[in-house]
Write a protein that binds this ligand. Sequence first.
Ligand code: NAD
Length: 482
Amino acid sequence: MSSKVIVTIFGASGDLAKRKLYPSLFRLYKSGNLSKHFAVIGTARRPWSKEYFESVVVEAIADLADSPEQAQEFASHFYYQSHDVQDTEHYIELRKLQNQLNEQYQAEHNKLFFLSMAPQFFGTIAKHLKSENIVDGKGFERLIVEKPFGTDLATASQLNEELLAAFDEEQIFRIDHYLGKEMIQSIFAIRFANLLFENIWNRDYIDNVQITFAEKLGVEERGGYYDQSGALRDMVQNHTLQLLSLLAMDKPKSFSKEDIRAEKVKVFERLVQPDKDDFIRGQYKSGTVKGKKYISYRSEPNVNPDSMTETFASGAFFVNSERFRDVPFFFRTGKRLTEKGTLVNIVFKQMESIFGEELAPNVLTIHIQPTEGFSLSMNGKEVGERFSLAPLSLDYRTDATASGASPDPYEKLIFDVLNNDSTNFSHWDEVRSSWELIDQIEELWRSNEVPLHEYPVGSMGPDASFELLREFGADWQWSPNK
Ligand code: NAD
């Protein structure tokens, strides 16, 4: 890994930079993954001084530093450049600073650019980085872009073309922060390091897969953005389909980024055309939970009072592969649900019983957040003289506080970029295929052939999402509302 690098963050005064990027860079510094040969250029519109920027960084890492001296030493690597991304002059200044810091820190011309800004600016930044010779072909040059990557296939393709004018696909790292989460990465271990699962991870043994991304919060202050996006684009096109690809892929030849990507891309290419009856959309209405009143989605600030945007999406994807043909991959994601939780349930097929009583199917649950770990539900014998069956669970879980030991996804992902490892990022082939599919669902929804169901706050979404599973002879395994 090269820890010699100049990192330029576009959007350095923003929320993401303060909450995630500075703490993650600090953890990498503390663990020795970034050493004395690194500097960070922060750019944003505000006219900050270096001193003020350093104080922002120190504040962002206050809880992580061992001493004020350590925090200050780290912050001394940060430089600020007031910058309007549309203004060519500013890139000339940026190049001067980049070159100066490269000399000062002996960074061997290695450059990392993190676009932590609204995506409408990504194209213009890439174009200027190239035209103003900041991207000069010396050292490594890598670009990290935040989500969302387009709002449909057309805008995503256009954005991709704009980035390709300055960077190759191999240099572009599209962040999906869920891919940096510890338990998502441990799917590889669970699947491919255990004979027990490796041999039964297919349509002969798995009845269905259930992916839930539930949020308890509403749209908060993001109403303006969310109303243009909705749950399908915000959560399904990226996180849900990426997770699905890890669950559905065949065993890669090796753990290399090339082999893993090849298998993931095959899953995306084999996703079956959506059937309108298999996808449900919903929107939360006003209501009271535990005595507290909540407004409806349409009454949220910056949301169109007649909005048809979904705050809940659910459905069944199918992958046309030998391994998983006809096995439904159910998903649901939404806001103002009962409880926050991201998890996957792998529901195995029901066995024929010799005991005269029905057997519950085995279920492997992968808990992604806020708890991390996995559990396996089994049928055991009830303690006592008589023989009867009782459910039991093998559980390996850490709670949210204990999982502080897991690296933050951004720390892990920046580490990967420094290592030139794109395994945990979305490749353009994956992004293109996922938008192709999502565009088709959006089209069905826009034609209003699929109703927009209302659902009560504090529920797990509209009844239609439960009915959908019943049509396949299944039930949602995780029912925090019960
Ligand atoms: P933010 O609004 O807090 O910050 C935006 C930054 O861009 C600010 O530093 C601002 O000064 C800068 N900026 C805006 N216009 C500019 C211009 N013309 N020239 C120069 N700088 C300009 O946004 P954020 O929450 O930090 O999010 C940044 C990106 O990350 C967005 O793409 C967002 O979708 C994505 N994202 C954010 C989060 C999060 O938790 N905040 C999570 C996932 C993805």
